[in-house]
Design a protein around this ligand. Structure first.
Ligand SMILES: NC(=O)c1ccc[n+]([C@@H]2O[C@H](COP(=O)([O-])OP(=O)(O)OC[C@H]3O[C@@H](n4cnc5c(N)ncnc54)[C@H](OP(=O)(O)O)[C@@H]3O)[C@@H](O)[C@H]2O)c1
Length: 245
């Protein structure tokens, strides 16, 4: 049996790139994806320079055909899938009263609908690998958010998409764990990445979680047997935020 394989969306930078680095260091062969081709190519090149096997597939999560093509590219290249990391996502901040519906649609489309489509498209590959490695199974890890657990003002559309992702993970485990496929939603507070650039005007980068902290949790989930499931887990910042982002 060959290397374990993982598909990570939004892996050209931020949390997704860190997860890709950790997985490659553990010997996973990867499919990396994002919209921006040069950015994705650079990220893939860096990992390959460290010896990783990387397939880079540009895809826009807002486009259903791209999402299905991404899963198919991984399947054609590797023949199965041990781990699907639903990481790519977008954020926006507006009160409910002033949220443009265009923004709402974009957040729900990219952060939830695309993840649903990708799970649908990847399930045959995940089931196939789970059947080949019954002790380990195959896993889905979704980057939700602490706001998917506890609401914050200004983040209604984002939080709704992330709460949906927690629910999706639970349903996947209920429906698919008999076939060896389980799902986990990771729910961090603020992480120091491009996504939190604006937030850094009021919260220092050093006070945020690091991408490494998040990647460590993904690695822990990736090592569990097929019999153990963490439906979701919250990663909060030290100090007094606890259930706040
Ligand atoms: N940063 C935080 O505080 C935080 C906290 C909790 C949860 N999260 C979640 O963690 C995940 C990663 O966040 P991050 O902070 O690493 O974000 P980031 O630094 O903004 O990186 C986002 C990644 O997703 C890709 N992406 C964005 N829109 C896309 C689209 N429409 N189609 C395909 N790829 C797309 C980006 O590449 P391209 O732009 O080239 O497409 C990039 O690779 C997200 O789901 C986010 O909601 C983040």
């Amino acid at each position: 049996m060959g290397n374990r394989t993982a598909l990570i969306t939004g892996s050209s930078r931020g949390i997704g790139l860190q997860i890709a680095r950790h997985l490659a260091a553990e010997g996973f062969a990867l499919t990396m994806s994002a919209r921006n081709e040069p950015g994705l190519a650079d990220a893939a090149l860096t990992l390959r320079a460290d010896g990783a096997q990387v397939l880079a597939v540009p895809a826009n999560l807002a486009v259903e055909d791209d999402v299905r093509r991404l899963a198919a590219a991984h399947g054609d290249h590797y023949g199965g899938m041990d781990l699907l990391v639903l990481n790519g996502g977008v954020a926006a901040q507006h009160p409910v009263a002033d949220t443009p519906m265009k923004t709402y649609d974009l957040l729900l489309n990219v952060n939830l609908r695309a993840q649903f489509v990708l799970v649908q498209a990847a399930l045959p590959l995940l089931r196939h690998t789970a059947a080949e490695r019954p002790r380990h199974g195959a896993k889905i890890v979704a980057l939700s958010s602490i706001t998917g657990k506890v609401s914050e003002p200004g983040l209604a559309a984002y939080a709704a998409s992330k709460a949906g992702l927690i629910s999706l993970c639970e349903t996947i485990t209920l429906e698919e764990s008999g076939a060896g496929v389980t799902a986990t939603a990771i729910c961090p507070g603020y992480v120091d990445t491009d996504m939190t650039a604006l937030k850094k005007q009021t919260l220092a980068a050093e006070a945020m979680l690091s991408t490494r902290d998040v990647a460590e949790l993904v690695m822990a989930v990736s090592r569990l047997s097929a019999h153990a499931v963490v439906p979701s887990m919250v990663l909060t910042r030290a100090g007094n935020p606890l259930w706040r982002a």
